[in-house]
Design a protein. Structure first.
Length: 299
């Protein structure tokens, strides 16, 4: 199979912007979809733009026609709309669909019951069924925690308040990939279509732990006393959060459960085997992680 050339990106948000740049850098003919002309702002030179109605099969099919691959980075709140997109892509003759499914545990059967994974799992099943019928191909990515989120959000530490909530001994390992790294992995997969056809591709740039991240946070805040609390009974706390989300699935509670999912040790949050070589993504060193902290926090 020859490498793909024409690629459509649906969703130009936080991750989508990095994916877009990686596709442009890799030389693809890129088309970005948006609900209005406002989404056209700040697009790189040479990128096409099409206004679509995501609720219209005809609109999506017209936008997808002539495209080799469609990449979805849409918001998780509208995950189910991807069934509509998959159907439109099939009608338009698109060869491959990459769903908006970029997480640590979304392809782990042991974590499939988590509330925030259920809609993602439904899309996986739907897409795989279409692929098994020979209607379209897919590539699903498992990327670990977004590295930028580890630095900016209180997963391992709260930089603003100089506090940290550590689960267990803090040494649970988790895979992590930067937003730019995810973009490179997607571009690499499209440039290696045979090896990535109908596969779950696992990648990471780093394997980190809460203790490691907190130690670096302390390194770049000399003279500051951090307030650290420890969750000893991780199993009980996880089940408490899971029940809370089931009863009241508001954003703060859901985020707390997402954090617990990757740091509690209940699930395997790091990957023993990765496909970085398949997609051309480098593994980073501890020195590289230190440099990221320096760039983010050093005064």
């Amino acid at each position: 199979m020859s490498p793909f050339k024409n690629v459509t990106l649906a969703g130009k948000g936080n991750l989508g912007s990095f994916v877009l740049q990686a596709l442009v850098d890799a030389g693809f003919n890129v088309t970005v979809l948006g609900r209005s002309e406002k989404s056209k702002e700040d697009l790189p030179s040479g990128v096409n733009f099409v206004v679509v109605d995501y609720d219209s099969a005809d609109s999506l099919e017209a936008a997808f026609r002539g495209q080799d691959a469609v990449i979805s980075t849409i918001n998780s709140e509208v995950t189910q709309s991807q069934k509509f997109m998959i159907d439109a892509a099939i009608k338009a003759g698109v060869k491959r669909f990459v769903p908006s499914d970029f997480g640590s545990l979304t392809t782990d059967p042991a974590a499939a019951h988590l509330p925030h994974h259920i809609p993602i799992g439904e899309i996986q099943k739907y897409l795989k069924a279409k692929a098994e019928a020979g209607l379209i191909e897919y590539t699903i990515f498992s990327v670990g925690a977004f590295t930028e989120f580890l630095l900016k959000y209180p997963l391992a530490f709260n930089w603003a308040n100089k506090t940290a909530e550590i689960w267990g001994d803090g040494n649970t390992r988790l895979s992590s990939t930067s937003l730019g790294g995810i973009g490179k992995a997607i571009a690499g997969a499209l440039n290696n279509p045979d090896a990535t056809k109908n596969r779950n591709i696992f990648v990471h740039e780093l394997i980190v732990s809460q203790s490691q991240l907190l130690a670096l946070a302390k390194k770049y805040s000399p003279g500051v006393e951090w307030q650290v609390t420890t969750i000893e009974d991780t199993e009980a706390e996880f089940e408490k959060l899971l029940q809370a989300v089931k009863e009241k699935p508001d954003y703060p509670t859901l985020i707390a459960l997402v954090k617990a999912s990757v740091v509690s040790g209940k699930f395997k949050s790091y990957y023993d085997h990765v496909d970085n070589d398949v997609v051309g993504l480098s593994i980073l060193s501890e020195e590289d992680l230190d440099a990221k902290f320096a760039a983010t926090f050093k005064a």
